[in-house]
Design a protein around this ligand. Structure first.
Ligand code: PEP
Ligand code: MG
Length: 776
């Protein structure tokens, strides 16, 4: 039998029908209202390639060097040619079509969803393996073609790359395909059958008009309903402004995004009776599985359907754990810069404070001091040590990962040490001035990355040292992702942090700094290219960018072209050729260097071009430290020369100088899609306060009225000109700045990994306050 009906499969049939179909079968068997459907089994796929005799050629074609992007592209094409170009045997075709015809209501032709259903559950991340193709509103005419396309989705470039890298044999992965009647949803959404963080008996429902894709993909802010299971009543209703919906176009059958009619935008989606029906279903599913579930549902003609159900994985060990985590997060993301002051006084009564600095990455840890003054000392940093150094450098990242904590003499909240330690989840205190002099090697100390203190002795309350904070720690501990009209994204500087960054549920990456990838090579770009060739340099960039772009796909990832001051290049091999600059922060960095060094810039842009060619349409290009349209026109010429069409791609600029903010109309006329505030630099250049100088750290104030005025005016002009605005400086993680930016109408905010969830909540609170004010 080529197909199996959902009625006939259950959770134990993953090998046969893949995870998705097995779960739908289980729900159907439990009597829950799942739209009818069947699965083209994994065995059918296997028989198809074996009987047609294409299996060996197929597996040989995709056994390529994953770092060779031309070979990857050719492998994907060859695999698709083989699968799509081979006929499905007659008996199988007939069985699929015959089954499909039974799905039509009263003999009508059905619209079905065709989805791949992975059997490789033992792969660390099956979503990478490419088995996630979904085709909506398919009819008989295209059904068999879509089934084959699902099969071919096993061999996209991303899937091949991932399996080759993981050493996972291609021949061990099979794929099933689910064919299921579409529900033409009038309303749809998700439901958590218990509080997703505390496990409390509350059911949380998010609902929007039209098809569920809008809610699941986050493209619309849904209504939020909280149902108290103990009291058996609706406890809270938040009605969102639902600007868009997804629906089936009645002519073409395609899913399209439409504007919601004015009078329905702020109308409540679910009635109390509908909430009751959903709650009843939710409780049945939870009972069936014996654990809280995350359910996708849809309503059509008053009838409720369940489209999918998964266990909730975010419930904390205990409610009190969740409480503590949330409070710590608040302190960590906001308080550090302001409450600790630049190496000044402390409000910590503890007498054994040895040195004091800025708490730049939250957490309290104890460990032995390991002072690093030269790079060749790095090997001495053992797991669990506290790395103490003047200032961290990119080559220190492996040692920073091993360390339990980090202390630096120099630097402020936006220094390399602060940014990287936050991304690694390693507690850090920066700008202590005298840490390397006052602390002795081997001494036990406790550092507090919130308060900015370094104390003598080990603290029994300190967290046990962990090597590189686990991904779980980055997962939100608070309830359902707050849906916000203002997008909330995340900043990434080291590709190693990509998984943690994606686990936050952010809407994309607002800034991926590529200089850290380059500096980690240990050689200046010029030296690296001279010794290893331009192609190898591109490959390094591609690998780093792709790690992040994969993790977030299809969410957008803004990748910034290189921006490092000459003093950061100086310590690398080839650094002797760097010009000696009095003030590197005002010197040869960002777009200035790129335009002056087109030979190197061309290689960076070639890496972007290759990434686009690989199909990463979620990558956006961002230019740093521009001042005016001349900078942009120069960059556009270079883009074109590298084969990138600025009209076709989404790209934009950082607003990091007062000049850029004041010249925003000029910049907009050069065709930018977005402008992103780099407040680390914008503040330093507006206030003339060196961001890396601990002596003036207490004067570094991103919320200074002058900085806010530049930002406010820029947002206003951009809104008039239809240019998106964003922030990707450190200040985007601060409550005060978030409130200001939402009020001004910014399009998105990009925060640090540890601050994303708090920022989502703050944005939502502010948006609701604005709405309330407008109707009162
Ligand atoms: C900024 O200047 O705010 C910014 C995000 O860029 P960087 O910190 O890399 O200079
Ligand atoms: Mg900057």
């Amino acid at each position: 039998m080529a197909v199996l009906w959902l009625d006939d499969v259950n959770a134990g049939d993953i090998d046969l029908v893949g995870g998705k179909a097995a779960s739908l079968g289980e729900l159907t068997g439990a009597g829950l209202p799942v739209p009818p459907g069947f699965t083209v089994t994994a065995e059918t796929y296997r028989t198809f390639i074996e009987e047609a005799g294409i299996d060996e050629e197929l597996f040989a074609a995709v056994d390529v060097d994953p770092e060779d992007s031309a070979a990857l592209r050719a492998a994907e094409e060859r695999a698709a040619d083989l699968i799509l170009g081979t006929d499905i045997p007659d008996a199988v075709r007939e069985e699929i079509i015959e089954s499909y015809r039974q799905l039509g209501p009263d003999g009508e032709e059905a619209f079905v969803a065709v989805r791949s259903s992975a059997t490789a559950e033992d792969l660390p991340d099956a979503s990478f393996a490419g088995q996630q193709e979904t085709y909506l509103n398919v009819r008989e005419e295209h059904l068999l073609e879509r089934v084959k396309e699902c099969w071919a989705s096993l061999f996209t470039q991303r899937a091949i790359y991932y399996r080759q890298q993981q050493g996972f044999p291609h021949e061990d992965v099979d794929i099933a395909v689910v064919v299921q009647r579409m529900v033409d949803a009038e309303k749809s959404g998700v439901m958590f059958t218990s509080h997703p963080s505390t496990g409390d008996p509350q059911i949380i429902i998010e609902a929007a008009w039209g098809l569920g894709e809008a809610v699941v993909s986050g493209s619309v802010s849904p209504d939020n309903y909280v149902y108290d299971r103990a009291k058996g009543a609706v406890a809270d209703v938040t009605v969102a402004d639902k600007k868009t919906l997804m629906e089936k176009d009645s002519e073409t059958g395609e899913t399209v995004e439409r504007e919601v009619a004015e009078d329905r935008r702020n109308e409540r989606v679910l009635s109390d009776a509908e909430i009751e029906s959903l709650v009843e279903l939710g409780e049945r599913v939870e009972d069936h599985y014996g654990e809280p579930q995350d359910v996708e549902w849809a309503i059509v003609d008053g009838e409720v359907f369940m489209l999918q159900s998964r266990p909730i994985t975010t419930i904390a060990e205990s409610a009190s754990d969740a409480e503590t985590d949330t409070t710590d997060g608040d302190d960590g993301s906001d308080g550090g810069a302001t409450s600790s002051g630049g190496g000044g006084g402390t409000d910590d009564e503890n007498e054994d404070v040895l040195v004091q600095g800025l708490g730049s990455s939250p957490g309290v840890v104890s460990g032995a001091v390991r002072i690093v003054t030269k790079l060749d000392h790095l090997d001495q940093v053992q797991e669990g040590d506290i790395l103490v150094t003047e200032m961290t450098m990119p080559d220190m990242v492996p040692a920073m990962k091993r360390a339990a904590g980090i202390v630096t003499d120099e630097g402020g909240m936006t220094s390399h040490a602060a940014i990287v330690s936050r991304e690694l989840g390693v507690p850090a205190v920066v700008g202590t001035r005298t840490g390397t002099k006052q602390l002795e090697n081997g001494r036990q100390i406790t550092i507090d990355g919130d308060k900015g203190t370094v104390r003598a002795g080990a603290d029994s309350e300190a967290e046990p040292a962990e090597e590189f904070e686990p991904v779980e720690a980055a997962r939100p501990q608070t309830p359902v992702k707050p849906m916000t009209a203002t997008e909330v994204k995340v900043n990434v500087s080291i590709p190693e942090a990509a998984e943690r960054a994606a686990a936050t549920g952010a809407d994309g990456v607002g800034l991926l700094r590529i200089e850290h990838m380059v500096l980690t090579l240990g050689k200046t770009p010029e030296r690296y290219i001279a010794e290893h060739g331009a192609r190898a340099y591109q490959d390094e960039l591609i690998e780093g960018i792709r790690t992040v772009a994969d993790e977030f796909y299809p969410r957008p990832v803004r990748v910034r072209t290189i921006d490092a001051p000459t003093d950061e290049f100086r310590d690398l091999e080839g650094g002797d050729d760097e010009p000696a600059e009095h003030n590197p922060m005002l010197g040869w960095r960002g777009i200035r260097r790129s335009l002056d060094k087109p030979d190197v810039f061309q290689q960076e842009l070639a890496a972007f071009d290759r990434i686009y060619e690989m199909g990463y349409d979620n990558v956006e290009l961002m230019l740093p430290l521009v001042n005016d349209s001349d900078d942009i026109e120069g960059a556009k010429r270079q883009m074109r020369e590298a084969g990138i069409d600025p009209e076709e791609r989404r790209w934009g600029v950082m607003i990091e100088t007062p000049a850029a903010a004041l010249q925003i109309e000029d910049l907009a006329s050069a065709g930018i899609d977005f402008a992103s505030f780099g407040t680390n630099d914008l503040t330093q250049y507006t206030l003339a306060v060196d961001r890396n100088n601990e002596n003036v750290a207490d004067r570094f104030d991103e919320t200074h009225p002058a900085v806010l005025e530049l930002i406010g005016q820029t947002i206003e002009t951009c809104r008039e000109l239809g240019v998106d605005t964003s922030i990707c400086g450190q200040a985007g993680s601060k409550t005060e700045m978030v409130n200001f930016l939402v009020e001004e109408g910014i399009s998105s905010i990009s925060a640090n990994i540890d601050a994303v969830r708090d920022v989502q909540h703050e944005v939502k609170r502010k948006e609701q306050r604005i709405l309330l004010d407008s109707v009162r």
